[in-house]
Design a protein around this ligand. Sequence first.
Ligand SMILES: O=P(O)(O)OC[C@H]1O[C@H](OP(=O)(O)OP(=O)(O)O)[C@H](O)[C@@H]1O
Ligand SMILES: [Mg+2]
Length: 182
Amino acid sequence: MLEKDIEKSLYSREEIAVKTKELGQQITKDYAGKNPLVIGILKGAIPFMADLIREMDMQLEMDFMDVSSYGEALVSSGEVKIIKDLDTNVAGRDLLIVEDIIDSGQTLKYLVELFKYRQAKSVKIVTLLDKPEGRVVDIYPDYSGFNVPNEFVVGFGLDYKENYRNLPFVGVLKPEIYETNN
Ligand SMILES: O=P(O)(O)OC[C@H]1O[C@H](OP(=O)(O)OP(=O)(O)O)[C@H](O)[C@@H]1O
Ligand SMILES: [Mg+2]
């Protein structure tokens, strides 16, 4: 039903699972002896974060932040708004920010600066997808699943107008979906 709107699949459910396991194992090694605060950026990070934390064999805490710069648009407005802040004090904590995608980089640039200002001990980024060609500010993930081409992608948390987040893989929509919606 949902899949009929997809032009092509880029990363299958199985490829994402394999990659998530590898990332979890690497993070487990790197954070040995630490108790990180894992911060999911709502809403897109939810499916990836749910899988990733179950591949992280360590004591960890979770929190969530909701920021938005896209609204219903396909390109970032550049202005990052906090919709929901963390419940946790990050001062002195090792933070691992979980994202579904880094595109322009503006969301993460804003968050990394905010958490440093709030005196986090360390701030690292793990993202399922990285779109280097979308970048307008300098920011790089510490851990990344896949480099995506410069196309608007949906699925595995990523939305078009709030839909398609529940697609179990990452893909590109058929052009007529945009045409009929605009
Ligand atoms: O690198 P950027 O250009 O800043 O784009 C990446 C951000 O945009 C999307 O979130 P969005 O603001 O659409 O919220 P959502 O997760 O609720 O879809 C995505 O989940 C990232 O958080
Ligand atoms: Mg979005």
